[in-house]
Design a protein around this ligand. Sequence first.
Ligand code: SAM
Ligand code: SF4
Length: 348
Amino acid sequence: MTREEILYWLKNEDERSLTELWDKANDVRHSQVGDAVHLRGLLEFSNHCSRDCHYCGLRAGNSKLTRYRMSEEEIMCCVEEGVAYGYGTLVLQSGEDYGLDVDWMTKLIQRIKRETPLAVTLSLGERSAEDLTAWRDAGADRYLLRFETSDPELYRRIHPALPGHKPNRIELLRIIKKIGYETGSGVMVGIPGQTYEDLAKDIETFRELDLDMIGVGPFIPHHETLLGSDAKTPTLLAENQVPNTELMTYKVMALARLIQPLANIPATSALATLNTPTGRELGLSRGANVVMPNLTPKKYRALYEIYPAKACIDETAADCRSCMHRRIQSIGRQVGKGRGDSPSYRRA
Ligand code: SAM
Ligand code: SF4
């Protein structure tokens, strides 16, 4: 796919011709990864974060947020629930929390791998190569780290680096791959200051990194962040700014499927937040093959407030399970069995 073709679709607003893009993405999804929809149990086990990303409600400077970190026993209860629900994968996600000691995390991963058949995906931010290697050796299977935007200047503006570090998630993703993780990344769509050219380059970067998993969601402003407060948000001329809409998110997901056909692609919670009744189903019909039912205990869900009005914060893990099953059946697809490893990773 050329840059021009990507830009053509990103700028296309004609509903009738867009059905061609949806159909192509759905056909490629069907032929390359099949009709199964894999369930990943998502456990948001700590909302502590040492970073100050200008888009995220968990950022360290947000003093209004009550912080929590789940204990090993609390985590294991949720893990057992995930096993009982038949999930093949556990996604352990948190802020970039250095209170999560590398050895504590190592022992937790070893215990989950010893006591359950689950594939373990980590999404813990930018940890050192040593930490990442220790967790891979402990049995972690996959690592998720969105590069958010491939434009270095925009990235620098929204994602302050730690003192003494160069901001470079793309470089870290190459290291994650080398360590042997099944590697996932992705972007937010409609970041203030993001141009169509930036987004087209992001989509090319999915292929360049040969990603096994690609997560794409709309940017949703959070009032306790720099990008959520209008006064400080950088603005572009209207015709250059990518809108943070549901439609634009589907286009990026569909193009991701076409450019990296074997990747696992989730219909994300951010998408479901913009369209709770049918966002997930539409995502699954436009390239996606994964959903992530939430395993986080109800008492913590509202505190994992990346952005406001997040979908599913009032549900229990059991509600999420039956909701996902119902949605998958309603579009004539079936729930995937086993771990649902990415065929691109198996091929490598
Ligand atoms: N701390 C880890 C990290 O940054 O990779 C994992 C958790 S972080 C909350 C997961 C993802 O949430 C980020 O990669 C980002 O794309 C997304 N996110 C954060 N703030 C968001 C916002 N305001 N709107 C949409 N997505 C957001
Ligand atoms: Fe922390 Fe991740 Fe949010 Fe950045 S995106 S503030 S690293 S939780």
